[in-house]
Design a protein around this ligand. Structure first.
Ligand SMILES: [Zn+2]
Length: 174
């Protein structure tokens, strides 16, 4: 089965996402018997960051006018959240930097494999910590999925690495 992946899209680069974001909000009022009393469509006048409430750029023109880049956090089925440039950096960049440092280390032939394994454990712990911390703002389910996906990348990287190295380390330990 295909995995449902998470990805960040620049809103100004994707017309389909822009259309989805501009759809009006539907408010439905019920009476005391539970019957629909009124339906109101509320047009949006701006698109805001779901975590800080700042207005974000939807088009290139908005960017020219100085609004921060807006990103849509999506999976293959829906738009989960809108985040601004600042929050994107805070939430995602630190995480990605940590993973990149680990991958560079893994590919460095000069580094002892035990050091790599230690860094692997550390990076996994950092990812878990990061996701726990930001779950407060972004919500538990998203961060759980993000953690799962990052860990998958880490696991794949470490298992693809020359298996012989693992045996050498094991022998050294025994
Ligand atoms: Zn924001």
């Amino acid at each position: 089965m295909e995995e449902n992946r998470l990805f960040l899209v620049k809103i100004c680069s994707d017309l389909r996402i822009q259309r989805l974001l501009w759809r009006p909000v539907t408010m439905i009022g019920f009476d005391e018997h539970g019957a629909v009393r009124e339906v109101q469509l509320i047009e949006k006048t701006m698109i805001i960051c779901d975590t800080c409430g700042a207005r974000v750029a939807v088009t290139e023109r908005d960017l020219d006018e100085g609004l921060p880049m807006g990103y849509a956090l999506c999976d293959e089925e829906c738009i989960i959240e809108v985040v601004c440039e600042d929050r994107r950096r805070r939430y995602f960049k630190h995480l990605i930097d940590g993973v990149e440092i680990f991958l560079d280390l893994l590919n460095d032939p000069e580094t002892d494999f035990r050091v790599k394994l230690m860094d692997y454990a550390k990076t996994r712990a950092d990812v878990a910590e990061f996701c726990r911390y930001y779950a407060k703002w972004l919500g538990e389910p998203i961060m759980e999925r993000l953690k799962h996906e990052v860990n998958k990348v880490l696991e794949k990287a470490i298992t693809c690495w020359d298996q012989q190295e693992v045996f050498n380390v094991m022998e050294g330990v025994l």
